[in-house]
Design a protein around this ligand. Structure first.
Ligand SMILES: [Zn+2]
Ligand SMILES: [Zn+2]
Length: 311
């Protein structure tokens, strides 16, 4: 490129300028094509506001800046309405529901301060990750109305108020209660459908998290009763214009591929649904860790790498 540009400078003034500009546009397009903007649609859990994460939120924001991220949606877990819906780490830390609600208010205020402080270096979106336990259809809108985040990430971590992603034992217990692993998948995708329809989240978090402790997930996802639910949920996401979180943290936890799995990703592409990487980072060490691997997969599947922002 350098050589042709030197040659162009020998052309008469305005024409040379015109060609230089054309070259710059081509170069910019090539750069965009080979290296998409670094973003995260779901990330930024911090030890400051979550007991199963690490580091201060400001350190996390600075890490995103250091890695060249263009925009990041910080989406901390929402607080529960009642003590018994807490994550175990919060209960162990002696933080009841009321305490978590106070800490969450601090999170929203701190995140907005950091957004403003670093506005010239990165676009921070202030969000939260919603839960789908009993009463979510009232509790999530109440929290949303009170704090007015830029957007929410609709996630399902519970089936019948039991966490499914914390350990293989919890997963097995939830599967038993659901009449088997197939039943757990059906219950998960049915609850997710309620979340999509009721909360209309701008982003759907780790769409197929239910596969987390299932080595046979590839066969199971395409079983007719399960696949039918997946397509139904994707149709609802498409109709809302929401975004799928391509959740790279799955790789950190030893999954063979990010959430969402390849056949679902292909289905999403066919349906023209926006897919955007989310690192679901729970500390500075997770940031940017699986970016290249994630982008490689998205490129292979033909997902649009000009990311749609959630707000
Ligand atoms: Zn978390
Ligand atoms: Zn989550």
């Amino acid at each position: 490129m350098g050589i042709s540009r030197d040659r162009l400078i020998l052309l008469p003034g305005s024409l040379a300028a015109h060609h230089r500009r054309a070259n710059e546009i081509i170069e910019e397009r090539q750069r965009m094509a080979t290296s998409p903007e670094r973003v995260s649609v779901h990330g930024g859990h911090s030890g400051q506001f979550c007991d199963h994460a690490e580091d201060m939120l400001e350190d996390i924001v600075q890490a995103y800046i250091a890695r060249g991220y263009t925009w990041v949606g910080i989406s901390e877990h929402m607080p529960p309405e009642r003590d018994e819906l807490s994550y175990p780490d919060e209960l162990e830390a002696g933080l009841n529901a009321a305490g978590q609600q106070v800490r969450f208010a601090d999170y929203m205020a701190t995140c907005r301060r950091l957004r403003d402080r670093y506005a010239s270096q990165i676009r921070i979106l202030v969000a939260f990750e919603a839960e789908a336990y009993t009463g979510f259809e009232h509790w999530v809108p109440a929290v949303r109305k009170k704090f007015e985040p830029d957007y929410i990430v609709g996630s399902v971590h519970h089936i019948d108020d039991q966490l499914i992603d914390g350990s293989p034992e919890w997963y097995r217990a939830a599967a038993e209660a659901a009449g088997g692993v197939d039943g757990l998948y059906c219950a998960y995708f049915d609850r997710q459908y309620e979340v999509i329809r009721t909360l209309e989240p701008e982003v759907v978090g780790h769409f197929d998290l239910v596969r987390i402790f299932d080595p046979d997930y590839r066969e199971r996802l395409v079983k007719p009763d399960i696949w039918r639910r997946i397509v139904r949920n994707l149709e609802a996401i498409r109709d809302l214009g929401s975004i799928l979180d391509f959740n790279l943290a799955a790789l950190k936890k030893g999954q063979p591929e990010p959430y969402i799995a390849r056949p679902l990703l292909e289905q999403a592409r066919k349906m023209d649904i926006a897919v955007v990487p989310g690192d679901d980072s729970h500390g500075v060490g997770n940031i940017d860790r699986f970016w290249n691997e994630g982008v490689r997969i998205l490129r292979e599947v033909g997902i649009d790498l000009e990311w749609k922002p959630p707000a």
